[in-house]
Design a protein around this ligand. Structure first.
Ligand SMILES: Cc1cc2nc3c(=O)[nH]c(=O)nc-3n(C[C@H](O)[C@H](O)[C@H](O)COP(=O)(O)O)c2cc1C
Ligand code: SF4
Length: 532
C-alpha cells in the first residue's frame, strides 16, 4: 500500500474512533446526536469573538471599547497620527444622548511649545492641591490630572506593572497599586498611590488584620504620595477582589501574604470600620500617622452613605482628601457577569449624585474629585471634568496602550499579549522599555486633547470647563445642557478662582500669551504635524 493510502486509512480510523467516543460520551447532547460534526459548532463558537472583532463588527459596534476608540489609543501610544479624515461617521441627529461640546467663537490661545500646558508634554496639573484643606503634612499638587488607575500585581503581569510604572514616570503621572499590595515591580521610578483594600494586602498582620506598622513599612519602600481606601469598584461592587488560582504564583502570594494554591478572595467589606463615621476615624488615623493625603474609592449604589459622609465631614471636622468614583462600566480582572452588568450606577449618574451631596454641604472646594469608568478618551474625560472631576484615572485604556487587544480573557490567565497573565512565555510579548513609552505617549496625548478641547471652549484648563459647556442631543432634534440634564446649579463643576490662579501659576504666567503666528505654527492639536 502506498504512503498516501496509509495516511488516508489513519485519518479514517481516527475519525471513526472520535465518532465512537462522541456517541458514547454523556456530557454533550449535541455530540451524541451529531458525532464529529457537532465539534464544528464548538470550534466556530471559540473563534467567533475573533472573527467578529477582526472581520464582521462595524467600527463602532464593539464593547467595551469600539474599534475607533481602541485605534485612537493605539495610535496615540505609538505617536502616530491620531486624527481622522473626511468627516464624522456618527449619526449626530439620530443618536440619543449624543454629546456636543459647545466651543467658543474665540478659542483660548495656545501657549508656546515647551511651556507648561503646551506640546510636547502637555503638563496638566490638578486644579486642587491634594490634602491641602485638611493640612496633611505631605499635601501636594498632582502634576498630571490623568493617572493610572488601580490594578494589582497579580491581576497584571510583572512586565505590565513595570511598563505602567516606568510609563507613569515618563509621563509625570502616578500609578495606583491596586489592592494587591506593593511589589518590587512598582518600584521602577513612577510615583504611587497605595490602595488599601478589604484584605489589607501590603498592610496586614499574619492573621489578615490591618496593621499600621506593616503599612508604614510598605509605604517606606516606594514613592507613595497618597493612600486610597477602597470600598468598592464599579465592575463588582459589594464583592471583594478575586484573583483566580489559575493566576496565582508564589511571588504574588508572597506580596499579598496568602497561600499560593487557592483563589485569592478579598472579603466584601472592611473589618476596620462599618459605617461612614468609622471610615472617617480610620482615614484621619491614617493621615495623622503617615502625613499622606487619604481618599476613598467607591462605586455608587444607594445614596444614604454619601449624604452621611458629607454631613459628617461638614459637622465633625474630619474628612477625606479625595473621593474616587468608579462607574459601573468600569473594568475588572475577574467578576461575576451580573455584577459587571447590573450592580452600581454608570459613572456620570453616580458621580453627579455624589458631587451634589458634597456641594450641598459646601465641601466641593475641600475635596479632590477623581473619576474612572471609560474616561480615558478625550470627550468622556472632558465630560468628567465638566461634572466636577479634578482628575481622571485610566485602567483598561492604559492596558490597551501597552498592547492589550481586548481579547477579554483576563480572568483565565491566558492573556495572549502578556498583560494579565502569569505565564512567563506569554509575558515575553511585553518589553517594558517600549511599552513604558507607549503608556506615556498615550497619557500625554490624552492630556493634549483635553487642553485642546478646553481651549476650544475658550478656557485655559479642563477644570474650567463647566456643565454649561456641554450639550446632549436626543434623536428628535431636542437638546439640553449637561447642567440641566444632571440638575446642576450654576457654578457646580467649575474650579474655584483661587484654585485656578494656583494652577495657572503652575502653567506659567505666559499661558495664553502666544502670538497668533506662533499659535498657527504650532497648531492646536497635540500632534500638529498630523493636522490639516
Ligand atoms: C485588570 C484590572 C484590575 C483591576 N484591579 C483593581 C484593583 O485592584 N482595585 C481597584 O480599585 N480597581 C481595580 N480595577 C478597576 C480600575 O481601577 C478602574 O476603576 C476601572 O477599570 C474603570 O476604569 P477604566 O474604564 O479606565 O478601565 C481593575 C481593573 C482592571 C481592568
Ligand atoms: S488582551 Fe485580552 S486578556 Fe489580555 S489584557 Fe487585554 S482583554 Fe485581557
Amino acid at each position: 500500500m502506498s504512503a498516501w493510502l496509509w495516511i488516508a486509512a489513519g485519518i479514517v480510523a481516527a475519525l471513526l474512533l472520535l465518532a465512537l467516543h462522541d456517541l458514547l460520551q454523556r456530557r454533550h447532547a449535541l455530540l451524541r446526536a451529531y458525532p464529529v460534526l457537532g465539534r464544528m459548532r464548538f470550534m466556530l463558537e471559540k473563534v467567533g469573538p475573533e472573527l467578529r472583532q477582526y472581520w464582521f463588527s462595524p467600527d463602532k459596534a464593539e464593547r467595551p471599547f469600539d474599534r475607533t476608540e481602541r485605534n485612537w489609543i493605539y495610535e496615540s501610544a505609538k505617536r502616530q497620527s491620531n486624527t481622522f479624515g473626511f468627516g464624522s461617521e456618527s449619526e449626530l441627529e439620530r443618536s440619543s444622548n449624543y454629546l456636543v461640546i459647545r466651543h467658543a467663537p474665540f478659542p483660548h490661545p495656545t501657549p508656546s511649545r515647551g511651556k507648561a500646558g503646551a506640546a510636547p508634554n502637555f503638563v496638566l496639573p490638578s486644579a486642587k492641591v491634594l490634602g491641602e484643606h485638611r493640612g496633611r503634612r505631605h499635601a501636594f499638587r498632582p502634576q498630571s490630572a490623568v493617572n493610572v488607575s488601580a490594578m494589582s500585581f497579580g491581576a497584571l503581569s510583572a512586565p505590565a506593572v513595570v511598563s505602567l510604572n516606568r510609563g507613569a514616570k515618563l509621563a509625570g503621572c502616578m500609578q495606583n497599586t491596586g489592592e494587591g499590595g506593593l511589589s518590587d515591580y512598582h518600584l521602577s521610578g513612577g510615583e504611587l498611590i497605595f490602595q488599601i483594600g478589604t484584605a489589607y494586602f501590603g498592610c496586614r498582620d499574619k492573621k489578615g488584620n490591618f496593621s499600621l506598622d506593616q503599612l508604614k513599612e510598605t509605604i517606606a519602600r516606594g514613592p507613595v504620595r497618597a493612600l486610597e481606601v477602597k470600598l468598592s469598584q464599579g465592575a463588582k461592587p459589594g464583592l471583594g477582589g478575586l484573583l483566580p488560582a489559575a493566576k496565582m504564583t508564589k511571588e504574588i502570594a508572597d506580596v499579598r501574604g496568602v497561600p499560593a494554591d487557592k483563589d485569592c478572595v478579598s472579603p466584601p467589606g472592611h473589618t476596620q470600620f462599618e459605617d461612614a463615621d468609622g471610615l472617617l476615624d480610620f482615614v484621619e488615623m491614617l493621615a495623622a500617622e503617615t502625613g499622606l493625603p487619604v481618599g476613598v474609592k467607591s462605586a455608587v449604589g444607594e445614596q444614604r452613605f454619601w449624604s452621611e459622609l458629607a454631613e459628617l465631614m461638614a459637622t465633625t471636622g474630619r474628612g477625606v482628601d479625595f473621593v474616587t468614583i468608579d462607574g459601573g462600566e468600569g473594568g475588572t480582572g475577574a467578576a461575576p457577569l451580573v455584577f459587571t452588568d447590573h450592580v452600581s450606577l454608570p459613572f456620570k449618574i453616580g458621580f453627579s449624585r455624589v458631587y451634589g451631596e458634597f456641594v450641598r454641604q459646601g465641601l466641593e472646594r475641600q475635596v479632590t474629585f477623581i473619576g474612572s469608568g471609560k474616561l480615558g478618551l478625550p470627550e468622556s474625560a472632558l465630560f468628567a471634568f465638566a461634572l466636577g472631576c479634578d482628575m481622571v484615572n485610566v485602567a483598561r485604556e492604559a492596558m490597551l496602550a501597552i498592547g492589550c487587544i481586548q481579547a477579554q480573557i483576563c480572568h483565565t490567565g491566558r492573556c495572549p499579549v502578556g498583560v494579565t497573565t502569569q505565564n512567563k512565555w506569554l509575558q515575553r510579548a511585553i518589553r517594558p522599555g517600549d511599552k513604558a513609552e507607549r503608556l506615556a505617549q498615550y497619557v500625554i496625548a490624552l492630556r493634549g486633547e483635553l487642553y485642546t478641547l478646553a481651549r476650544a471652549c475658550g478656557v485655559a484648563h479642563p477644570s474650567l470647563v463647566t456643565a454649561d459647556h456641554l450639550e446632549i442631543l436626543d434623536d428628535h432634534f431636542g437638546s439640553v445642557t449637561v447642567r440641566e440634564m444632571f440638575g446642576y446649579e450654576e457654578g457646580w463643576g467649575a474650579a474655584d478662582e483661587d484654585d485656578v490662579e494656583g494652577l495657572l501659576e503652575e502653567l506659567g504666567e505666559d499661558a495664553g500669551e502666544e502670538s497668533e503666528e506662533e499659535a498657527a505654527a504650532h497648531g492646536v492639536t497635540p500632534f500638529p504635524e498630523a493636522a490639516g
